[in-house]
Design a protein around this ligand. Structure first.
Ligand code: C2O
Ligand code: CU
Ligand code: CU
Length: 508
């Protein structure tokens, strides 16, 4: 196997060995990967490709459960035409189907691991028993089946499922082990929102990728990639580069998932048109919020409505904010010098071109969406503090001074009690902090009110350098004194390197 190519048979031990030597600075960087790709997102936009829409999988209702059959296997994909790369997919060569479920029903997911490697599948954003969570403790061995079952407690929204392999999440997600989940519910159905899958309700899995000189998918494992996370210079949406969508309606609902390993995006519409944010990670906001720009870090989602009633083509574009204060690159001569795969893009690059039809009927936007409970931090009976940090040279990824250890449970959280989790960032780089089994509210950021997207429920939140973000949360059920959930940075290379900790939910 080519050292730098991703294969489903990726040997985890070899990977760790390489990671170790890379961390020690002994491995020559695969410069070709980083330097040769000059084709920044917008540059080679000559061709336009119809946006791939993941197949909708509603499962089959059997004996009171909605049953999904998912089979993880090695696949192949042409990231550039004519060059085949090994990938991982779920019921597909790359990525997987959108699972659709309803709040209140029981689901069962049969997950078959057809890889030569262990895998896990985590239901990101779900409140469920720890045994069903799909974190690193629920390893599915090669050839084995895992069949968790749980009640869907979530509000209607876009969630996702992805690999959570211990120290191997980054490469597996990068190779394709990730896909969307739609939860629907009555509250949302009562609103007249666009909700026809693939027609006016579209999932957008936004991911960047690096290809080597021959055009094959490459997972860089140099020190730069370890520190900054793997960031690519090509953008794919649902696996499609230079994606175009032909809209048939006057109002389009885009459900954006930042499924990238490490890159943050500031999304906006071409021409400065406003977009209406209607939902965050955990469902509808109280009312639509008009914004010109929307930042999403890895793991975060947002749903927006785009008004196409004027019939003019437009583009969803993005810039890539520097989330590292120039630490590793930037013009100030960061410690690693400037690198091309990390170019700060001054010009917006295209995410999706949208072509409306001429006769798009107008559609009115509801002015109210979903009433949310008042955010009342005085409910909290205690505060826990989490300090995110990273050492130099790719080591020292930690939370409260400790790196992830499968055998250490750091927090015991009593069920049913409101808590404030105070997340502080001691490093020079922004981190998206994610908590399993929770949908929380953001109280404040360094004492200031959070932006529109953070007025609703969230499961992943950006914590900027020198920032302290306060979250209000409560675990309502699912106690298990032994089996933990995770909290971690959702930059997957940081997670894999140990910026992760474990908590159990216990009887109070
Ligand atoms: Cu989306 Cu613990 O992960
Ligand atoms: Cu999660
Ligand atoms: Cu991080």
């Amino acid at each position: 196997m080519d050292q730098w190519s991703i294969a489903s048979s990726l040997n985890r031990r070899a990977l760790l060995r390489r990671a170790g030597t890379a961390a020690a600075g002994l491995v020559a960087l695969p410069l070709s990967a980083c330097e040769a790709q000059n084709s920044l997102f917008s540059a080679d936009g000559a061709g336009a490709n119809p946006l791939a829409i993941p197949e909708l999988n509603q499962g089959i209702v059997e004996q009171g459960e909605r049953v999904f059959r998912l089979s993880i296997s090695a696949g192949q994909k042409e990231f550039v035409p004519g060059v085949v790369s090994p990938t991982i997919g779920i019921n597909a060569p790359y990525l997987g189907p959108t699972l659709e479920m309803r709040r209140g029903e029981r689901v069962r997911l049969h997950v078959d691991n057809g890889l030569d490697d262990g895998a896990t599948v985590h239901w990101h954003g779900f409140e469920l028993p720890a045994a069903a969570d799909g974190g690193p403790h629920q390893l599915i061995r090669p050839g084995a089946r895992w069949s968790p079952s749980f009640e869907v407690r979530q509000r209607a929204s876009l969630y996702w499922y992805h690999s959570h392999l211990h120290r191997g999440t980054g490469p597996q997600v990068y190779a394709g082990l990730a896909a969307p989940i739609y939860v629907r519910d009555d509250e949302e159905d009562a609103l007249d929102l666009p909700s026809e899958y693939g027609v006016d309700d579209i999932p957008l899995i936004v991911q960047d990728r690096v290809l080597d000189n021959s055009g094959k998918l490459l997972y860089p494992q140099n020190m730069h990639a370890q520190m900054m996370g793997v960031r690519g210079d090509r953008l794919y949406v649902n696996g499609t580069q230079n994606a175009v969508f032909d809209a048939r309606t006057g109002l389009l609902r885009l459900r954006i998932l930042n499924g990238s390993n490490a890159r943050f995006y500031d999304f906006s519409l071409s021409g400065g048109q406003t977009m209406q944010i209607i939902a965050s990670d955990g469902g509808l906001l109280e009312r639509p919020r008009a914004v010109r720009s929307l930042r999403l870090a890895p793991g975060e989602r947002a749903q927006i409505l785009v008004d196409l009633s004027e019939g003019r083509p437009l583009s969803l574009v993005a810039t890539s904010p520097d989330n590292s204060m120039g630490m590793m690159g930037g013009d100030g001569g960061g410690m690693m010098g400037r690198r091309r795969d990390d170019t700060e893009m001054d010009e917006p690059f295209r995410v999706l071109d949208i072509r409306p039809s001429d006769s798009s009927p107008q559609r009115k936007l509801p002015s109210q969406l979903a009433p949310l409970p008042a955010l009342d931090p005085s409910l909290a009976v205690r505060t826990r503090r989490f300090v995110l940090d990273m050492g130099m040279m790719g080591g020292g990824m930690s939370i409260n001074g400790a790196s992830m250890d499968m055998n250490v449970i750091s927090e015991r959280v009593p069920v049913g009690q409101w808590e404030i989790w105070e997340i502080a960032n001691a490093s020079m780089m922004a981190h998206p902090f994610h908590i399993h089994n929770a949908q929380f509210r953001v109280i404040d950021r360094n004492g200031r009110t959070p932006p529109p997207l953070e007025t609703g429920y969230k499961d992943t939140v950006i914590v900027d350098p020198r920032e302290q973000v306060r979250l209000l949360l409560r675990f309502e059920e699912h106690t298990d004194p032994d089996l933990p959930y995770m909290y971690h940075c959702h930059i997957l290379e940081h997670e894999d390197a140990g910026m992760m900790g474990q908590f159990v939910v216990v009887d109070s």
